[in-house]
Design a protein around this ligand. Structure first.
Ligand code: DAH
Length: 367
């Protein structure tokens, strides 16, 4: 047998191997259980003692030579692979870091900004008040004395402690107490034109109610303010907000303790592709009315509580749910998802990390 020839051939193919898989394939073919060199070793058993003495060392030398060549070739290829990887992974520190946009403007912030922008064009300032409110501002001053049944309708969260003056503390149930704060801030001597956006709290939770939600309050006080101003303001607001001219409002007589007369404002809408779309008269074919907000002329008692003389001053007020406006404008149907903090939800409804919270270009209010 030409063991040396077999060995030379094996060493040639090992030297020619260009990758680790090929080396491993050769190892199995030569030295594996069924390998050719392993086969040669097995032939020793059948040989005569003399032949075995002559051939044994040659076969073992062949196996050792091949084993050493495989190990050496493997080491060379591993080093080459590592060098190639290191060369490929070089970091160029002069390159700008890739920027990954994350998060987005929340629809509620977006809508609040839109409302502030629309009202700014109408000359309204933005006012604010505390979310932990005393029950005088939240109820009493708004013509809801302690025994008033409307208090019970607010599902109020009460705090365990009283204020220094002994007033009960609540999480404000609406933004209306900011009316009182805004009036008291002027000393009862100047016209008022404010909106007050913010969080409000009620112990209520289902698909359309969350314990925390958002409202925008509006208040205008002057010497000759009428219900007509209220209607024009709300119409102008909703046209600008929904970015369409065919908004039709229906004012329905209602009751709120803080306004007299009180009106609930409905808007016409229809279903387009399964979504409520505001526009048109609610009496038009395929349309209905939907309640949108509460409003009215400020009750004389509320003016008095705010330090204004009701014989001289009058005004209108309104309150509207921001989350509801966002749902209507952007097509969400479950309010609870607003407060899950899931960026996928925001992007599903078209809010991108690059959004700037303003109205789309070209839409404005002409007053
Ligand atoms: N505060 C009322 C509420 O939360 C909403 C409201 C109704 C506010 C009429 C007003 C108003 O200013 O005039 O249900």
């Amino acid at each position: 047998m030409d063991y040396e020839g077999i060995g030379a051939q094996a060493l040639d193919s090992i030297a020619a191997a260009q990758d680790l898989d090929t080396v491993e394939g050769l190892r199995i073919a030569l030295l594996g259980k069924q390998g050719s060199i392993s086969g040669l070793l097995k032939t020793l058993g059948a040989m005569s003692p003399e032949a075995r003495q002559a051939n044994g060392p040659r076969i073992h030398a062949l196996r050792e030579g091949v084993t050493a060549a495989l190990t050496a070739r493997k080491a060379v290829l591993e080093t080459a692979a590592l060098d190639a990887r290191l060369a490929g992974e070089t970091v160029d520190l002069t390159l700008p870091a890739p920027e990954r946009p994350r998060g987005s403007v929340h629809p509620v912030s977006q809508v609040m900004d839109e409302l502030a922008e629309i009202f700014a064009d109408l000359g309204f300032a933005v006012a604010s008040g505390p979310e932990i409110e005393d029950d005088w501002h939240n109820f009493t001053a708004l013509n809801m004395p302690e025994s008033h049944p409307a208090r019970a309708m607010h599902d109020t969260f009460y705090l365990p402690d009283l204020t220094a003056e002994g007033r009960e503390m609540v999480l404000r149930t609406h933004t209306s107490p900011v009316q009182i704060r805004a009036m008291l801030a002027t000393g009862g001597a100047q016209p008022v034109r404010i909106i007050a956006p913010g969080r409000v709290y009620r112990s209520d939770s289902d698909a359309t109610h969350t314990p925390m939600f958002h409202q925008v309050e509006g208040l205008v006080i002057g010497k000759d303010i009428t219900l007509a101003h209220l209607k024009w303001t709300l119409e102008t607001l909703l046209k600008a907000f929904f970015e369409r001219d065919d908004i039709v409002l229906r004012l329905r007589p209602s009751y709120f303790p803080f306004t007299e007369p009180s009106v609930e404002v409905d808007t016409g809408y229809s279903y387009v592709d399964g979504r409520r779309v505001v526009g048109g008269s609610g009496d038009a074919p395929g349309h209905s009315w939907m309640e949108l907000l509460g409003s009215g002329m400020v009750n004389a008692r509320v003016l008095t509580a705010g330090g204004y003389d009701p014989d001289e001053w009058q005004g209108f007020a309104f309150g509207v749910g921001v989350d509801r406006l966002a749902m209507l404008k952007y097509g969400m149907n479950d309010l609870r998802a607003f407060f899950d903090g899931d960026a996928r939800w925001a992007s599903h409804y078209g809010f991108s990390p690059l959004d700037v919270p303003t109205l789309s270009a070209g839409v404005g209010v002409t007053a």
